[in-house]
Write a new protein. Structure first.
Length: 311
């Protein structure tokens, strides 16, 4: 019995590392998570969410508000986005960009223009193909919102000369563009056609789940979200899930308004994982059961110096 417990705990550790580390890309401060084997015979209360064999149960500190790329505000929003949306690139363990929705990319000799080739197998949740128009719309909205400190305002996006390609250019070389694309999940051009960035969060279109990620939304409320693994996974998704060794065909996300209620849920329910804790709360959680896992951070310290020509 102890052997089965250890094997399951190792499995859930790998699952949270592979699947939920992506949520930390949009989070800011460092986050910790808890992983543990389920407590036999104890259930998680509330909501019409998936349960049973092959279901991963995850608690998240935060209530969903706007679970959309570029508009996600809470940890719950970010968890949903990380699982149901994809970017052109994804970052490996060392932070190096790898293909995701983009199959390949190349840069011009002068370093001012990048050509991105989309994976023709990439599909939205409704089965429609991901197109260059989706990329252009996403970058336009990111520019309008001033995302990433206005980074996308310096990018000119247009359809490439060949079908299924996008050309991104700037007035100066942007060697980090493939990396930045890894933190920009795509929005559907068709879904949000004719809407400004300010109109999107409260629009009827925003209420319709429409992602490109490895999981699709089957139900969502302020209390939780049910997700099901898609059958049309891209190569990058298949590789990640294979590496994780996870049998999670479905995921049940349980949203908690604060750390205190989340820890109560962790102590008394069958949650496999709990994410979005600070160090002190993580220690309180492990006092009951499980171990901690670091989910990463996008916060860093640096020194900026004025190195403009002629200064």
């Amino acid at each position: 019995m102890r052997r089965q417990h250890s094997a399951r705990q190792g499995l859930t550790r790998k699952v949270v590392a592979v699947i939920f580390a992506a949520a930390a890309l949009f989070a800011g401060a460092a986050q910790l998570g808890l992983v543990s084997a389920q407590i036999p015979g104890v259930g998680v209360p509330g909501g019409e969410l998936p349960s049973g064999e092959g279901v991963l149960s995850v608690g998240v500190v935060g209530i969903t508000a706007t679970p959309l790329p570029l508009f996600a505000e809470t940890a719950a929003d970010r968890a949903v986005v990380a699982l149901t949306y994809r970017s052109l690139t994804r970052l490996d363990d060392s932070g190096w960009p790898e293909p995701d929705i983009a199959l390949t990319w190349s840069v011009s000799a002068d370093g001012l223009a990048w050509t991105i080739t989309l994976d023709p197998a990439a599909r939205w949740q409704d089965g429609s193909t991901v197109t260059p128009a989706d990329v252009l719309t996403t970058i336009s909205i990111a520019s309008e919102l001033g995302t990433a400190g206005g980074y996308w305002q310096s990018i000119t996006a247009e359809e490439g000369e060949e079908a299924g390609t996008v050309k991104l250019s700037a007035s100066r070389g942007l060697a980090n563009l493939p990396t930045m694309l890894g933190s920009l999940p795509l929005l559907s051009a068709t879904q949000f056609a004719g809407l400004s960035a300010a109109q999107i969060p409260d629009s009827d279109a925003a209420k319709v789940p429409q992602g490109t990620g490895p999981y699709s939304i089957t139900s969502i409320s302020s209390g939780g979200a049910g997700l099901a693994r898609r059958t049309d996974l891209l190569a990058a998704d298949t590789a990640s899930l294979t590496a994780a060794g996870t049998p999670a065909e479905k995921i049940a996300l349980y949203f908690f308004p604060d750390a205190a209620s989340a820890l109560r849920g962790w102590t008394t329910s069958s949650l496999d994982q709990l994410v979005g804790l600070d160090i002190a709360d993580a220690r309180r959680g492990t006092a009951a059961r499980g171990t901690t896992i670091e989910l990463g951070s996008t916060v860093f310290s640096g020194i900026a110096t004025n190195l403009r020509p002629g200064s």
